[in-house]
Design a protein around this ligand. Structure first.
Ligand SMILES: NC(=O)c1ccc[n+]([C@@H]2O[C@H](COP(=O)([O-])OP(=O)(O)OC[C@H]3O[C@@H](n4cnc5c(N)ncnc54)[C@H](OP(=O)(O)O)[C@@H]3O)[C@@H](O)[C@H]2O)c1
Length: 254
């Protein structure tokens, strides 16, 4: 798949991965609708059209599609990248707290793919979803976040077998990166999980995988091997998670 002159929608485009995607796509001269709530953070770039929407609601996602179709007439590539995490120990029942993260990280990308299938009909399109390494390997402190990303992994993996030939679906599994993600999840002082990667490198690898029309992208290349290791030798994951639990407890106590 080529990016040249394509009509692209990117959610979560106001910082981190989304903003870096916009920058690294520039040599291909695409037209991009850049979606987020704080769109004032998106720098002025020719052919980049910021659009403010809360994608955790159906109304918000519908408004993104309405705007994109009015502006472009069609969408070639949709990158459902918006998402967030909580770093916490769950203490009390809170439907709204869990609902917020599931609406943003799971329902929104599911609904986006359903909409693309409806509007594109037989036209070729690419739908990319930012999942997470924590959608393949779980970790204490991220129970709700892992719940969302595992759910997304299950959905897209099943969908790969159901899609028509004109639809290309790519799921991206990044590892920890210094975006706004951790500041939002637990604040500046929260411990970072292993492994980590620079966002510039991760996005470069994502774009390479998207160009090759891969069904999944592991921007941190050794991650596939680490997932295999944790499946074959579960004690490794348990040992790592015991260390992560200590970090979590210390973080909560401080
Ligand atoms: N950074 C990591 O370590 C890491 C690792 C693995 C996977 N990921 C995944 O990568 C994706 C991007 O995260 P990032 O690292 O780039 O974090 P980030 O810098 O915090 O960016 C998150 C983006 O999502 C948008 N967003 C969140 N909730 C939204 C909502 N309700 N409506 C509209 N936009 C919303 C934010 O925009 P506004 O706040 O302006 O709305 C922002 O543009 C997420 O899905 C995350 O789960 C991140």
């Amino acid at each position: 798949m080529r990016f040249h002159n394509k009509k692209i929608v990117i959610t979560g485009a106001t910082s981190g991965i989304g903003l870096e995607l916009i920058k690294q796509l520039q040599p291909f001269h695409p037209e991009i609708i850049a979606v987020g709530r704080a769109i004032e953070k998106i720098p002025a770039i020719p052919r980049v059209y910021p659009f403010a929407a809360d994608i955790s609601t159906q109304k918000g996602v519908d408004s993104v599609f309405d705007f994109a179709l009015e502006k472009f007439g069609n969408i070639d590539i949709f990158i459902a990248n918006a998402g967030f995490g909580y770093y916490e120990k769950i203490k009390s029942p809170d439907w709204e707290h869990a609902g917020r993260i599931f609406s943003t990280n799971v329902l929104s990308p599911i609904f986006g793919l359903e909409k693309m299938l409806e509007i594109c009909k037989e036209r070729e399109f690419t739908y990319a979803v930012t999942d997470s390494g924590l959608g393949r390997v779980y970790m204490p402190g991220y129970a709700l976040y892992c719940g969302t990303k595992y759910a997304l992994h299950g959905f897209v993996s099943s969908m790969q077998y159901e899609l028509p030939a004109n639809a290309h679906l790519c799921t991206i599994y990044p590892v920890a990166m210094e975006t706004e993600f951790f500041n939002r999840a637990g604040g500046k002082k929260m411990p970072r999980p292993f492994p980590t990667q620079k966002v510039t490198t991760a996005v470069r690898n994502m774009l390479k995988d998207l160009q090759k029309e891969k069904q999944s992208s592991y921007p941190y290349r050794p991650l596939r091997f680490l997932i295999w290791l944790s499946n074959v030798f579960p004690f490794l994951l348990k040992t790592n998670n015991r260390m992560e639990t200590k970090k979590l407890n210390k973080f909560i106590d401080d």
